[in-house]
Ligand binder design. Structure first.
Ligand code: NAP
Length: 277
């Protein structure tokens, strides 16, 4: 999918604020029909109203695999040209409804389940765009068993970085599976953006911390590039300056395959349990 966005259908998770909303506004402005996949009806409705008739709202809570399944069924009634797995939690601790560490469960596993469920609806030249973060580069190893437990950290920053490593590994394995198909898996790094990602930081500190950061509109440029440019290649990672290499760990094909295998088994076990109950 490249060039003309007129009438193309783009699904964006977490599109009610920050980078996701700026991406939705930009793509709708170029003629795309945008599906705003948001967890809050009220916050989603505000975005829907400001974008106008090119937008539709689907409720999606990535911390619940049941909600992901319902949202995917609603979205899949029409073909999807671009899926932007944008939403994330940062600096938060806890567990998802299904008992996964919160950042992993929302940022990786929820998106993994959504993307897999939407696979039959993807057009032959569709793109899946993942939102990366430089924080993944600080992760030295991945303990897959720990992802099934809440963690003991105070700020949740390590959990966020680990979740973003998982996002990059998902991207690596998906791009391998897309080889030769015409579909592309592309990753975007928005850079440091003054968004609601810092909502948990106390007000004055937040202002000091974020005042030199990019605006969400600036931060949306890599996502827009990955979603539309003919130069955004399958398997690539792009920031505002151009192509970038992920960390060595994020390029480990065995680890990427193992994470895919486990993610599939975890999602299927939860869905199977729900069907049986
Ligand atoms: N900001 C940065 O400096 C930065 C840097 C590198 C990468 N990124 C990445 O860029 C992407 C966008 O971040 P942002 O800065 O725009 O953050 P943001 O302003 O905090 O927006 C995050 C979005 O994700 C949604 N979300 C959170 N939990 C969800 C859940 N369980 N189910 C569905 N949606 C959920 C939020 O919904 P609510 O509004 O309802 O909470 C919100 O719409 C993220 O993937 C982030 O990791 C950001």
């Amino acid at each position: 999918m490249s060039g003309d966005l007129e009438g193309r259908r783009v699904v964006i998770t977490g599109a009610n604020t920050g980078v996701g909303r700026a991406t939705a506004e930009a793509l709708a402005g170029e003629g795309a029909r945008v599906v705003l996949a948001c967890r809050s009806a009220a916050r989603g409705a505000a975005a829907l109203e400001s974008i106008g008739e090119r937008a539709e709202l689907v409720l999606l809570d990535l911390a619940s695999l049941a909600s992901v399944r319902e949202a995917a069924a609603r979205i899949a009634v029409e073909p999807v040209d671009v899926l932007i797995d944008n939403a994330a939690v940062a600096g938060a601790r806890g567990e998802t409804e299904d008992g996964f560490e919160l950042a992993f469960g929302v940022n990786h596993l929820g998106h993994f389940a959504l993307t897999r469920a939407l696979m039959p609806a993807l057009t032959p030249d569709a793109r899946v765009v993942h939102l990366g973060s430089g924080s993944h580069e600080g992760v030295r190893s991945l303990d897959l068993d720990a992802l099934r437990r809440p963690t003991g950290s105070r700020l949740g920053l390590g959990e966020y970085a680990t979740s973003k490593l998982c996002v990059m590994l998902f991207h690596l394995e998906l791009s391998r599976r897309f080889e030769g198909t015409g579909r592309r898996s592309v990753a975007a790094d928005p850079g440091d953006v003054a968004s609601e990602a810092y909502r948990n930081v106390p007000c004055v500190l937040r202002q000091l911390w974020t005042w030199r950061m990019k605006t969400p509109t600036e931060g949306a440029r890599p996502s827009r590039f990955c979603a539309t440019s003919p130069d955004a290649v399958n398997g690539g990672l792009y920031d505002a300056e151009g192509p970038r290499a992920p960390s060595a760990l994020a390029q480990d094909p065995e680890l990427a395959r193992e994470l895919w295998r486990r993610s599939e088994a975890w999602v299927d076990a939860v869905i199977g349990r729900r069907r049986a109950s």
